[in-house]
Design a protein around this ligand. Structure first.
Ligand SMILES: C=CC1=C(C)c2cc3[nH]c(cc4nc(cc5[nH]c(cc1n2)c(C)c5CCC(=O)O)C(CCC(=O)O)=C4C)c(C)c3C=C
Ligand SMILES: [Fe+2]
Ligand SMILES: [Fe+2]
Length: 342
């Protein structure tokens, strides 16, 4: 066997349950929702609420949603110590994107670069992946969180794991990409995916840019997420030459009772239906790959709700493992790799 390359790129996504069962969803949500970056209530208050009220109810309901989108028949070789979560769309597309990026980067470093996928929560664990790379002799690691827009709840949480690893492995150089919300290659790839959808299906009467939401309080406390979502959309709309009244930026996937970013995707669709709009295209440029929030919430539930109001919602898939996506990420990673070689 050839020795492992001394340079690695780690594509990090949020994470997903190992199976579409209540028990697996409970394990995953327990880890995810215990992260103070995600829910910042005092632990003594939040942990009892989480374990006694939220997890018992939500795990079963959400496991049925996962079951409705689980990808069948994907039994590729086990990679990166993965358990059986290979068939969650988020895991499948992240793994395919990792392979596509690997194919884009062969010449980036004299000794070759190994591209590997990892998850902030669940499997394959980011912390364990970084430790394994160190044990296998990696000297330089570039961590690329698959969040185009920076948020403390997502990117900074990956940063926490990276910071802990750095402290435990002073000999390894670790760089992390903070965001790529205005990267020209990424903006062009998203714009091209919308253009291709419009060429194939005709343009809908209105285009929604739907992003995962965040408590408004996070933004009030300085989280740049909403500003970066707005900047991404302005750049994508400009690349497409869209008129200002042809699109709306909105936020989906609300969780809990406090105010989240507005307007919500659901309320925006209701307003459009009331105005008599019949066809709406929805794209989700905050998600690198499709997942429960795009496939179940948007393409299934919100589409059903809009159909009930007499309209048609056409969901434009995420960039997933498209070659243009892998090329954009390669262009983002290459200069960081070169900077680590010096
Ligand atoms: C307080 C709760 C949550 C915050 C804050 C939050 C921010 C946030 N999340 C993403 C991206 C994804 N979230 C996903 C699922 C998901 N998110 C929450 C809650 C918060 N997210 C929950 C409870 C769940 C699980 C599903 C559910 O129970 O409804 C996913 C998909 C995971 C999958 O397996 O498919 C992604 C991706 C971002 C970008 C973000 C802040 C900007
Ligand atoms: Fe989320
Ligand atoms: Fe959700």
């Amino acid at each position: 066997m050839s020795p492992s390359p001394a340079t690695a790129v780690v594509l990090v996504n949020l994470g997903t349950p190992d199976a579409p069962t209540a028990a697996a969803v409970r394990r995953y949500l327990a880890e995810f929702l215990s992260d103070p970056r995600v829910v910042d209530m005092p632990r003594w208050l939040w942990l009892p609420v989480l374990h006694l009220a939220i997890l018992p109810l939500r795990s079963r309901v959400v496991s049925e949603k996962y079951a409705s989108i689980w990808i069948e028949g994907e039994h590729g070789p086990a990679q990166n110590g993965r358990a059986e979560n290979g068939n969650s769309p988020l895991a499948v597309y992240t793994r395919r994107l990792t392979r596509a990026l690997q194919a884009e980067l062969p010449q980036a470093h004299a000794s070759g670069v190994r591209v590997i996928d990892a998850m902030r929560y669940g499997n394959p664990s980011l912390a364990a992946t970084l430790q394994r790379l160190r044990d296998e002799g990696a000297q330089r690691i570039v961590v690329l969180p698959l969040y185009p827009q920076y948020s403390t709840s997502t990117t900074a949480s990956v940063g926490d794991v990276v910071a802990k690893f750095r402290a435990s492995a002073p000999g390894v150089e670790v760089k992390m990409v903070e965001d790529y919300h205005l990267d020209p290659g990424w903006v062009a790839a998203v714009a091209d995916s919308i253009r291709a959808h419009r060429e194939a299906n005709g343009a809908g009467e209105h285009l929604l840019f739907s992003f995962h939401g965040l408590p408004q309080r996070f933004v009030d406390n300085g989280d740049p997420y909403a500003r970066q979502c707005e900047a991404s959309v302005a750049a994508i709309a400009a690349a497409l030459g869209l008129a200002d009244d042809a699109w709306t930026l909105c936020y989906q996937s609300r969780f809990g009772r406090e105010p989240w970013l507005e307007p919500s995707t659901e309320a925006t669709l209701a307003t459009l239906a009331d105005r008599g709009v019949k066809t709406v295209d929805v794209v989700a440029p905050g998600f690198a790959v499709d997942c429960i929030e795009t496939l179940e919430e948007v393409a299934m539930m919100l589409a059903k709700g809009f159909a009930g109001r007499g309209g048609t919602l056409r969901y434009i898939p995420c960039l997933n493992a498209e070659p243009a996506h892998a090329r954009a990420l390669a262009d983002i990673v290459r200069p960081v790799l070169q900077a680590t070689e010096a």
